[in-house]
Design a protein around this ligand. Structure first.
Ligand SMILES: COc1cccc(Nc2ncc(-c3ccc(C(=O)NCC(=O)Nc4ccccc4)cc3)c(OCC3CCNCC3)n2)c1
Length: 338
């Protein structure tokens, strides 16, 4: 199907998945020929949840980090929102773990460090993710991890409860939800995120979930007891870290700041975790701007100024996609001015 709003800009291909408010389709950004992921949200379907989508849009506009799927462009029409995002060609972390059954400690560390960096960054901006699970961790072809918030949005400090039912239970799988969240208590998003990261680390290392039961009540019981099976192949340092993260009492749970310095994460790495973003909104890549100035027939300085407005329009999308090509060492050229 095609939409007038995308004509001449993007061509839609097959569906990558469908979530709470809409679906995500693979698409091609015509000017660069690069793939993007387009989340199409039908305004009629979200009804009075519109503020929540606006919050996600605000979150996305501020989030720019090497381990978070980048927002490129967003188009609003009378009936729809089109959210054009970075496409991760490596697919979901979930499928990667299933294929490899479980990851050796060194590989789990490679991915987990990137997740901690993304979450430390999201928390530093006052957001909590609240829906961490393997489906929301995507991979690039260079096996870099990219965090998304596929289902709902992350709200700055807002209550994680919808009509007093924990968010995850009413729409996501609670297997990753912290005990205080499923017990419907008021909770700190940051601490609930640490618990979910503990569940994810367990999944990376063991290829299974620490708390699992088809019966929701028994699953809740297991989560609030916080006891889980420790396979023999787990090293003592992995066991120790998991124990610190899967603390039922949020007060006793390790914090993100302690995580950033934990020996398990830093053991084989020289560099400490670089959780800050590597992107600077005031820094525009000159090679990319020059190519765009050539195509659009403007002075370089004028183009740099336009890019710095970060209007999340087609120009912003073109800039990010050319920058990605350059970062991959690939030639990037736009067709000459019409
Ligand atoms: C190759 O085979 C495959 C196979 C599968 C996928 C891909 N690639 C691929 N790339 C990109 C996406 C995508 C990016 C961003 C968003 C988004 O909604 N961002 C919003 C966002 O991230 N907020 C946010 C982030 C952090 C904090 C706060 C807010 C949504 C989708 C995708 O989707 C497909 C779904 C399918 C169901 N499971 C989840 C992914 N898929 C490729």
């Amino acid at each position: 199907e095609s939409y007038r709003a995308l004509n001449g800009l993007y061509v839609l291909h097959d569906e990558l998945g469908s979530g709470g408010f809409g679906k995500v389709k693979l698409a091609t950004h015509l000017l660069t020929g690069q793939y993007v992921a387009i989340k199409i949200i039908d305004k009629k379907k979200i009804g009075n949840d519109l503020p929540r989508v606006k919050t996600e849009m605000d979150a996305l506009r501020t989030l720019s980090h090497q381990n978070i799927c980048q927002l490129y462009q967003y188009i609003e029409t009378t009936e729809k929102f089109f959210i054009i995002m970075e496409y991760c060609s490596g697919g979901e972390m979930f499928d990667y773990i299933v294929r490899k059954e479980r990851l050796p400690e060194a590989e789990a560390r490679h991915f987990f460090r990137q997740l901690v960096q993304a979450i430390a960054y999201v928390h530093s901006l006052g957001y909590a993710h609240r829906d961490l699970k393997p489906e929301n961790l995507l991979l690039t072809e260079e096996l870099k991890l990219k965090l998304i918030d596929f289902g709902l949005c992350a709200r700055p400090g807002g209550p994680g409860l919808v009509n007093n039912k924990p968010l995850d239970t009413c729409c996501g799988s609670p297997a990753y939800a912290a005990p205080e969240l499923i017990l419907g208590q008021q909770y700190l998003g940051n601490r609930a995120d640490v618990w979910s990261m503990g569940v994810l680390l367990y999944a990376l290392l063991c290829g299974a979930l620490p708390f699992e039961d088809d019966n929701m009540q028994l699953l809740y019981r297991k989560i609030s007891n916080g006891r889980y099976y420790e396979p023999d192949f787990l090293t003592n340092s992995s066991k120790e870290l998991l124990k610190r993260m899967l603390q039922v009492d949020p007060e006793r749970r390790i914090t993100v700041n302690e995580l950033l310095r934990h020996p398990w994460l830093n053991s084989t790495y020289q560099a400490a975790l670089k959780w800050q973003t590597i992107y600077d909104k005031n820094l525009v890549d000159e090679d990319v701007a020059r190519e765009m100035a050539y195509h659009y027939g403007t002075q370089l300085g004028t183009m740099v100024g336009k890019i710095k407005e970060w209007r999340f329009d087609y120009l912003t999308a073109t800039y990010h996609l050319l920058l990605q090509l350059k970062a991959r060492g690939e030639k990037f050229a736009l067709p000459p001015p019409r």
